[in-house]
Design a protein around this ligand. Structure first.
Ligand SMILES: *Cc1c(COP(=O)(O)O)cnc(C)c1O
Length: 437
């Protein structure tokens, strides 16, 4: 396996690279050392089930799934064929796209964690004040007297974009007053969309961390305000973790086995770490050692890779090694990883790879041309996963260490498409025309 030191040199030089984590442990051992269990994920899943009648009533597009916000899993044979044709090497096995890009309400993976945290906070307030009882049909929350109740409270969040959309849209629907603190690099259309839903958007000249810091200070000063903490929230994390058992249902419905003979590889675009971290935790609970999880970050902001590889977690940021933290992949433009997530997933993640921005647009066009599916540029970071791993110097050692040699023909690869649905048509057309190289 390639040494972490030489990988860190590549990281600092903003060269694309693949890192296999020396911290990966057998799932059983790793999970036993984490202060959260299956019970936490089940609790989140049950809460989402209680809210399903309300979600169905407020967001009729979820009716087909009975008020559960879930995305399709689609096999992408034509994109797989293209990758096999154009890339020097590519792992064998079937390729699937997990289309969180099409998730109802928020149009990105944030519809899992962000919406879950808002619902949990709403439930806590409503139960405490006697507005709601756990035995009620939660559809009652759509009634005017409930909205008026929530309107006494505020929800605030700092966001580069998509988290703000999910928190903003869900909070506003419940009746909360909501403020989204955004960094200057957040896309204008996201700010416009939020404002059109009655969300207050505050903009900051600095980066994402600055928006979070100022937003938190304002919220903390108001006892009626609740701040969603993207960097340390256990609720967000558990909302994301529920995705794993939903994926399990979808894979088994397609007759795709996952066991020692049939490995599952999952590729997740990573920003601050909450979404990929929560999903990883859920997947390891479900599949143990038979799932192999890899994160992908832009070459200019591989914050989680730095945190995990150095062991410094949130005590290191990309600027510390001379990187800019700037990328076209807006959901991934994060300079400092979540220390909470890093410490939880440290022994669960198989590795990481980094990608250059120009490839995101090329891959976006390739997916659109081969499969007719649009996803936003940041989501495209996962697409070359099976090719990048195949070409990585450490891959043979990884396959041997995990008894995968000779079994990769049976593999399934899940490429996690993390966003896209809410991107307006004009912006899609702009993306489609963008060529950085
Ligand atoms: C937020 C986001 C991610 C990564 O989630 P983190 O919790 O920030 O790691 C990936 N893709 C898209 C499109 C996102 O919006």
């Amino acid at each position: 396996m390639q040494e972490t030191d030489s990988i860190l040199q590549k990281v600092a030089a903003a060269e694309p690279c693949v890192w296999f984590s020396p911290n990966l442990r057998p799932a059983k051992e790793a999970l036993a050392a984490i202060p959260y269990t299956r019970t936490n994920v089940r609790d989140a899943a049950e809460r989402l089930a209680r809210f399903a009648p309300y979600i169905e009533r407020c967001f009729p597009e979820t009716a087909a799934d009975g008020g559960l916000i879930e995305s399709p899993l689609t096999e992408i044979p034509h994109m797989a064929a293209l990758l096999r044709e154009t890339e020097a090497l590519c792992l064998p096995g079937r390729m699937f796209l997990k289309r969180d890009s099409d998730l109802a309400v928020a149009g990105s993976v944030k519809a899992r964690g962000g919406i879950y945290e808002v619902l949990k906070h709403a439930e806590t307030l409503a139960l405490k004040e006697g507005v709601l009882h756990t035995t009620d049909d939660y559809a009652v929350l759509a009634e005017p007297q409930c909205k008026a109740f929530f309107n006494r409270y505020e929800i605030a969040v700092g966001s580069t974009g998509n988290l703000g959309l999910s928190i903003g849209i869900m909070s506003a629907a419940l009746g909360f007053r909501v403020t989204v603190h955004m960094s200057s690099d957040a896309r204008q259309w996201k700010k416009d969309l939020l404002r059109s839903k009655g969300v207050r958007v505050m903009e900051y000249a600095g980066d994402y961390s600055e928006a979070v810091r100022q937003g938190r200070a304002l919220s903390d000063a108001d006892p009626m305000s609740y701040f969603v903490d993207d960097e340390n929230s256990v609720d967000l994390f558990m909302g994301y973790a529920v995705a794993a058992e939903r994926l399990q249902g979808q894979l088994s419905a397609k007759g795709i086995p996952v066991d020692a003979e049939h490995p599952l590889f999952v590729y997740l675009p990573c920003g601050v770490g909450g979404a990929p971290g929560g999903i990883t935790f859920g997947l390891k609970l479900v599949y143990g050692d038979n799932v192999h999880v890899f994160y992908v970050e832009p070459v200019q902001c591989p914050c989680m890779l730095l945190g995990l590889a150095t062991g410094l977690n949130s005590k290191i940021c990309v600027q510390d090694v001379g990187l800019t933290g700037k990328t076209h992949a807006d959901g991934l433009a994060v300079g400092r990883p979540s220390g909470f997530v890093g410490s939880v997933v440290r022994a669960l993640v198989s590795g990481e790879f980094t990608i250059e921005d120009y490839r995101l647009y090329d891959l976006m066009r390739a997916l659109l041309n081969t499969e007719g599916i649009f996803i936003e540029p940041s989501a495209c970071a996962c697409l070359p996963g099976p090719a990048m791993l195949a070409a990585a110097p450490g891959m043979d050692a990884y396959l041997t260490a995990h008894r995968l040699s000779g079994r990769m023909d049976n593999a399934a690869h899940v490429l996690w498409a993390t966003g896209g649905r809410l991107v307006p048509k004009e912006i899609r057309n702009e993306y489609i025309k963008t060529r950085l190289k």
